[in-house]
Design a protein around this ligand. Structure first.
Ligand code: TXA
Ligand code: MG
Length: 329
């Protein structure tokens, strides 16, 4: 199959809609990462997404809708705090997990009685979702366990020949996946951290916990148990810049192509051209992380990352992705 990359216009949107109605998957931009969308109502279309990505069958998908979509068609009545969160943060990088009405394919939620809903703010995503006017099930548009794509070229690299169309909306500004927040209980619980921080949710809802799986318990967000976001080269992560530098020098001495991945303030410790510079703020780091991991895997035998010291707010999401990219090293 030939994979076309098209700008977002009347013609490409018409093609995207036609493809979705045929059960195909189409990649589209969002403000977080690129998604791989299919018709959420169709078992075959949803199964096709799992097979294109090589995704484990027990990791549920998020349903994406445009800003005027009537959510009461898909999910049970929301609590007052959920309504406040929706009004405060949507459209935007917050996914809300509701009780499902069972109106989309059961394969979307892998048999759970909940449904994750996302209303992306990216203009291209809104244009696509409005044009197709369907609930669109979409995971990130990467091969399962690889780094999520933040440009049309990243999607092409992973899924070339496997999907017919990539809608190109430029580079994603947010850079890490949406915050996933369960709103089925008495107060919100964050299942995956992201650009809408726990603190921001707490401010609107009065309370917000971050879910921590207990030993032996069935995880509430099945995606959490998988290694994710990993580049193809070796990766390692250090708290101490001095230790990272000495490991960097050791690898270079062995003739390995070592690159550092760190905040701007540490980049100058490394020789010119060998630091992948994450920037200064948590938002900078979120926006650059995946592009740098993908750039790094093209040139490096090993990426040596330095873990930022901050832990709260948006940095919690950045650290979660950095830890997963470097898992087991
Ligand atoms: O920013 C994003 O969320 C991107 C863009 C494309 O919208 N999408 C994304 O999808 O990251 P994916 O499939 O890579 O991650 C979806 C996450 C997984 O961790 C999954 O376990 C969780 O959402 N999830 C989906 N449905 C759920 C549900 N009903 N209950 C709990 N967790 C759910
Ligand atoms: Mg993903």
């Amino acid at each position: 199959m030939q994979t076309k990359i098209c700008g977002i216009d009347e013609q490409s949107l018409a093609l995207a809609k036609q493809l979705l109605l045929q059960g195909e998957a189409v990649a589209f931009p969002t403000e977080t990462v690129y998604g791989l969308g299919a018709d959420a109502r169709s078992d075959e279309a949803v199964e096709h997404i799992y097979s294109v990505k090589g995704r484990p069958q027990d990791n549920p998908l998020i349903v994406h809708v445009h800003r005027d979509f009537d959510l009461s068609k898909l999910v049970a009545d929301e609590s007052s705090y959920a309504e406040k969160l929706r009004k405060a943060f949507l459209p935007g990088p917050l996914t809300l997990v509701y009780k499902s009405l069972g109106k989309v394919s059961a394969k979307v939620s892998c048999g759970l009685d909940t449904l994750a809903i996302r209303v992306p703010s990216h203009a291209g995503a809104q244009a696509f979702l409005k044009y197709v006017d369907l609930p669109v099930a979409a995971p990130s548009a990467n091969i399962s366990k690889h780094v999520s794509p933040v440009s049309a070229q990243h999607v092409f690299y992973d899924l070339q020949g496997k999907i017919p169309l990539i809608l190109d909306g430029g580079a994603c500004s947010g850079g890490i996946e949406s915050t996933v927040c369960d709103v089925t209980g008495p107060y919100p619980v964050v299942l995956r951290q992201g650009l809408v921080s726990r603190e921001m949710i707490e401010e609107v809802a009065g309370r917000c916990d971050v879910y921590v799986p207990k030993a032996g318990e069935q995880v509430r967000s099945p995606g959490m148990k998988y290694k994710h976001y990993a580049p193809k080269c070796k990766t390692c992560l250090y708290d101490s810049p001095e230790e990272a530098l000495s490991v960097f020098e050791k690898y270079r001495a062995q003739g390995m192509r070592a690159y550092a991945l760190c905040e701007s303030k540490f980049a100058r410790l490394f020789p010119d051209g060998f630091a992948l510079d994450l920037g200064e703020t948590a938002e900078d780091m979120a926006a650059r992380l995946y592009a740098l991991l993908r750039q790094g895997e093209q040139v490096a035998d090993v990426i040596i990352a330095i873990r930022p010291a901050a832990r709260d707010g948006v940095m919690a999401g950045v650290l979660n992705r950095l830890n997963k990219a470097c898992a087991g090293e």
